[in-house]
Design a protein around this ligand. Structure first.
Ligand code: NIG
Ligand code: FE
Length: 413
């Protein structure tokens, strides 16, 4: 596949005839210069300096900030459709894991794949997300579980950013599962977490491959004490943390993560009120992952009403991964956040823009349309912003402006 983001047309100029969500009757214009948003306002009051710029006709499209997918495991080898079939036949997520499937199956396939193979398969998946308006994405490691293979995943994530002109935040998830070679050992879990903290994380951070650190804190993964050990190692390196928290049980992970000023706690179906209070205090974002909830046919809903009452910001993401959330549509997650989790439409849209950006520490550059920011926005062929949540399987994107270039759509010349 040949990708040449550099050759995409510039989005510089005056964008006219656009509408903002939930503001019926308003018309808005946007000026982009050198890839940066310079001005936003009524078309009647465009400063005259900008009137001579090339014009991009918006065609009465709805305009939103570029979408942000704040939790993905996009880089991996193989696929796990066989487990889908096992679960249909009645096996639980935990049973699949105990039978040698689950995360370690993807570990085997990821270790066997070359960097180029991983880049090619992840590029293909990334294209789906980008075509729907994603302008920033988080990509976790966690299918290598050994220094060279975690490095390979993170290097691919950095390469995807360059090749596709998309903002990528990398998250080191060495503590995702116990690698098979540690599984039978007397102190396997302790030894592996020592390796993660003392060797893998410092080495990868020194190579500039790590923007944040995550742990899968769960009965079938790592304990609260092991999670805290990883958090301490991250803090020693000045790296922010995130957590796969309370997905299958209430481990108290969210409260621990909040004590370490976590950017986000993700999944959180079993989150307690104490966890919610701690997250509110720390300003930690709750990341909702309806794709995994749906795929696992979970019945335990995340505590949406309590999160809303506490004022904890809620983000929504694909959790794209080959086991529990093989989804490549962030808009479908917007739909499911509404239908399954009962978010309102504005909450779900904020969940894939402003709050998702905050879950990545990108709130200064992504997730809102504002002057001075890199031009990342999407024009939608929609009348009403509620249609972003209402349709599924439709592709309502007209144009994507990403990193100041016209990356997708009908404004391409
Ligand atoms: O976010 N919960 C743990 N990690 C992934 C699942 C990964 C897998 O099954 O491969 C998740 O759902
Ligand atoms: Fe995940």
């Amino acid at each position: 596949m040949t990708i040449s983001f550099d050759s995409y047309p510039s989005a510089d100029g005056l964008w006219i005839d656009l509408r903002l969500p939930f503001q019926p009757g308003t018309n808005v214009a946007i000026v982009v210069e050198h890839g940066i948003v310079r001005w936003i306002g009524s078309p009647d009051s465009v400063p005259k300096d900008f009137l001579g710029l090339p014009t991009h006709e918006g065609g009465d499209a709805l305009v939103t900030p570029g979408l942000v997918d704040c939790h993905t495991h996009l880089v991996y080898g193989g696929q796990r459709a066989n487990e889908f079939a096992m679960r249909l036949a009645g096996a639980s997520y935990e049973e699949v894991a105990k039978a040698g499937g689950g995360i370690v199956a993807s570990v085997r396939a990821t270790r066997a794949a070359s960097e180029d193979e991983l880049f090619s398969s992840a590029s293909h998946r990334l294209q789906s997300l980008l075509s729907e308006g994603v302008c920033a994405i988080e990509i976790k490691s966690g299918y290598g579980l050994a220094l060279e293979h975690e490095r390979k995943q993170l290097r691919v994530a950095r390469r995807l950013a360059r090749a596709h002109g998309v903002t990528v935040r990398t998250t080191f998830l060495g503590a995702h599962a116990l690698p098979p070679e540690y599984a039978g050992r007397p102190h396997g879990s302790r030894d592996y977490i020592d390796l993660v903290c003392n060797e893998m994380l410092p080495a990868l951070a020194a190579e500039g491959l790590v923007d944040a650190v995550d742990v899968f804190c769960e009965r079938i993964a790592f304990s609260l004490a092991e999670t805290e050990q990883v958090f301490k190692a991250a803090r020693a390196l000045g790296l922010p943390i995130k957590l796969h928290a309370e997905q299958l049980s209430d481990m108290g992970g969210a409260a621990l993560a909040a004590r370490y000023d976590a950017l986000s706690c993700d999944h959180i179906e079993h989150l307690s009120q104490a966890g919610i209070d701690a997250m509110r205090e720390a300003g930690t974002v709750a990341v909702l992952l309806p794709g995994a909830f749906y795929t696992l046919r979970d019945t335990q809903l995340p505590p949406i009403a309590a999160l809303r009452a506490a004022g904890v910001p809620m983000a929504v993401s694909t959790d794209h991964n080959p086991g529990t959330s093989p989804v490549l549509s962030l808009l479908l997650m917007v739909n499911m956040a509404c239908t399954l989790f009962r978010l309102t439409v504005p909450e779900a849209i904020d969940g894939v823009t402003v709050h998702a950006a905050r879950a990545l520490g990108l709130q200064e550059t992504h997730g809102t349309l504002a002057v001075g920011r890199p031009a990342n926005f999407v024009l939608w062929d929609l009348q009403d912003a509620a249609e972003l949540a209402y349709w599924f399987g439709q592709r309502p994107v007209r144009t994507v402006v990403r990193q100041g270039k016209i990356a997708v759509g009908s404004n391409r010349t």
